[in-house]
Structure formats: structure tokens, C-alpha cells
Design a protein around this ligand. Structure first.
Ligand code: 3HC
Length: 311
């Protein structure tokens, strides 16, 4: 019977149809999804911190309203993704505990500091730009709840990317000091943005399996190349330089050649030794502990409402 179920599962994936929560799935498929979707959810929630750092110091009411809306969107994305993970049989509580215990990861990019206000623009342009490149193909992922969450998330991400680009455009039309601020920020974020796509394909233990299952639709290197090709003309329009001496158009390939990020730095950041890892997790832990009374009150309220309904 197991064989028949497996054949049916493989046929569904083979037709690019969706697997739904009640369908039979191999245990490895379920585990891989929990790992990737939870990691994605944690990234959205931890990702609120670097930009949240500038909400109190945004230079105008308009900029503050935009930034607040954006950071709130990230919270919403985290919640859709935790809900998608819950359909695989793990609770949000368990996932949060695994994050806090260092047993689940979140994106390397959020372990870098936001040192100037230009970083708000650069994160929108480069970090959300990289996220869109990675996530648009995930709208076609084989697991239904994940794919449907990605559709809405991608729409909001493209608004985030535009707001970042527009902010940088405005600064580039400003003073020399503002232009220098933008360039300095781009210099710091370029390489970490390329690392968001994960290790080179040759060092990516999960890609082949995840692609065979239709969880991932492209390899890490393919998406990184797509991102570079998409970003170069945007950098030109903006008037900033991307800090890579090896970056040039390759006519024969029809793509840009570019240098490799420092993969040793990536390994260290993923292991917990990046510039802000300790701070990000400590903040997340504190927020979780501070919220304990809200969870308790919500539970007590739900229990009381259930009893009243029975009466
Ligand atoms: N940061 C941290 N860890 C990373 C990483 C990164 N940038 N890239 C890879 N890793 C980890 C992997 O999780 C894996 O470790 P694990 O087996 O313990 O989980 C290991 O490095 C080897 O990498 P693989 O290439 O084999 O792993 P995957 O096949 O899972 O590919 C991925 C990695 C491309 C990031 C893939 O998981 C993915 O597409 N995830 C969904 C997108 C996502 O998580 N985005 C989060 C960042 S952006 C965001 O969401 C916020 C936005 O609002 C800005």
C-alpha cells in the first residue's frame, strides 16, 4: 500500500499539481518542508529587527508611516508561514522554541547591522529584491499551503522593493553626503545579499532532493545569477557602483559574470558568529518572554468562550 501511495505522490508532483495537508507524503518531504518553511517564517520575524531600528528615527512622518507598514507586513508574512508550517503537524510554539534553542535557522542577512538610514532603502532594494527572486518561483512549490502563502507575500515584497528603490532614488537626487551614504550602504549589503541564495550548488546538500520533490523550483546559483542580471541595470539607473571588480557582461553567456562572496564569512554567520546573531536572538527571546501574558490571556479567554458556548 505504501508503494501505491508513493507512486500517487510522485505522479502528483510530476504533474506539478499540489500536495495538500491531508494527502499522504513521504516523511522526508514533510521534514524538508518544515525545515524550509519554518526557517522562512523565522526570517520574516527576525527580519523586523534591523529595520525596526530606524522607525523612531525616520526623517519624516511619511517615511515613518511607510517603514511602519513595511515592518508590519513582515510580521504578517511570518504568521502566514507559521500557519502553513502548522498544517504539517508542528505548532508555532514548538517552532519558536526550536528557533530560540538554535535548532532552526533564519536567514543570514538579518545578522548584519543597520548603521545608517540609507540601509532602509538598501534593504528594500537589494534584500527584498533578492527575496522576490527567490520567492516568485516558490509560488509554484509543490506544497499547497506554502505556495498560496507565497503568492500574497510576493505581492507585498514587490511593494517593499519599490519603496526601497524610491527612497534611494530620492537620496541620490540629494546632496553629496546623501549619495555617499547610499554608496556606503550598498557596499556593505551587496555581498550579504548574494549569500541569501544559499551556498553554491556544489555545496548545497538539499537542492537536488528538494527540486525532485518540487519544493524548490531552481538551484541556488541559478537564482543568484538571475538576481545579479536583474540588479545591474537598476544600479546603473540609480548611479551607484556594485562593489565587485569582476562584475561584467558576458556576451557569450548572455549573463553577467561576477565574483564569489566570502563563503567562509557565510559559514560563520550561519553558525551563529555573525555581527548581530547574539543580539537578534536575545531580542527575539525577550519579546517572546514579554508576550507570555498575552498568550496566557488569549488561551484563558478562548477556554472561557468555549465553556460559554457549550452552555
Ligand atoms: N541563511 C541561513 N542559512 C542558510 C542560508 C542563508 N542565506 N542559505 C542556506 N542556508 C542553510 C540551509 O538552511 C541548510 O541548512 P539546514 O539543512 O540546516 O537547514 C544549509 O545552509 C545548506 O543549504 P541548502 O542550499 O542545501 O539549503 P536549502 O535547499 O534549504 O536552500 C534556501 C536554502 C535557498 C534559503 C531555501 O531554503 C529557500 O529558498 N528558502 C525559502 C526562502 C527564505 O527562507 N527566505 C528567507 C530570507 S528573506 C525573507 O524571507 C524576508 C524578506 O521579507 C526580506
Amino acid at each position: 500500500a505504501e508503494r501505491e501511495l508513493l507512486e500517487r505522490f510522485e505522479a502528483t508532483v510530476g504533474r506539478s499539481d499540489r500536495i495538500e495537508p491531508r494527502d499522504w507524503m513521504p516523511e522526508g518531504y514533510r521534514k524538508t518542508l518544515v525545515r524550509q518553511v519554518a526557517q522562512h517564517a523565522h526570517s520574516e520575524i527576525i527580519g523586523m529587527q534591523p529595520e525596526g531600528n530606524w522607525i523612531g528615527r525616520a526623517p519624516s512622518l511619511r517615511r515613518k508611516a511607510i517603514l511602519l507598514a513595511k515592518v508590519q507586513d513582515e510580521a504578517g508574512h511570518g504568521l502566514y508561514l507559521y500557519s502553513a508550517t502548522e498544517t504539517l503537524g508542528v505548532s508555532r510554539q514548538e517552532l519558536t522554541e526550536m528557533l530560540l534553542a538554535g535548532r532552526q535557522k533564519y536567514s543570514s542577512i538579518f545578522n548584519y547591522p543597520t548603521l545608517s538610514y540609507a540601509d532602509v532603502g538598501t534593504i528594500g532594494w537589494l534584500v527584498d529584491g533578492a527575496a522576490i527572486c527567490n520567492q516568485v518561483p516558490l509560488c509554484r512549490t509543490s506544497y499547497g499551503p506554502y505556495g498560496r502563502a507565497m503568492i500574497r507575500i510576493c505581492k507585498e515584497e514587490s511593494f517593499h522593493q519599490r519603496q526601497g528603490y524610491e527612497l534611494l532614488m530620492t537620496m541620490m537626487r540629494g546632496t553629496d553626503e546623501q549619495r555617499a551614504m547610499v554608496q556606503e550602504s550598498v557596499n556593505r549589503f551587496w555581498w550579504p545579499a548574494l549569500m541569501m541564495f544559499g551556498p553554491p550548488d556544489a555545496d548545497s546538500p538539499n537542492t537536488a532532493r528538494s527540486m525532485a520533490w518540487g519544493i524548490k523550483r531552481n538551484t541556488n546559483d541559478d537564482l543568484r545569477q538571475r538576481f545579479v542580471d536583474m540588479t545591474v541595470p537598476q544600479a546603473e539607473a540609480l548611479g551607484v557602483t556594485l562593489p565587485d571588480p569582476d562584475l561584467r557582461w558576458n556576451e557569450a553567456r548572455g549573463h553577467h559574470d561576477f565574483g564569489q562572496p566570502d563563503w567562509e564569512e557565510f559559514t560563520q554567520v550561519v553558525k551563529g558568529n555573525g555581527p548581530c546573531n547574539a543580539e537578534r536572538l536575545a531580542h527575539r527571546r525577550r519579546a517572546h518572554e514579554d508576550g507570555a501574558w498575552v498568550r496566557e490571556a488569549a488561551l484563558a479567554f478562548a477556554e472561557r468562550s468555549a465553556v460559554q458556548q457549550e452552555k
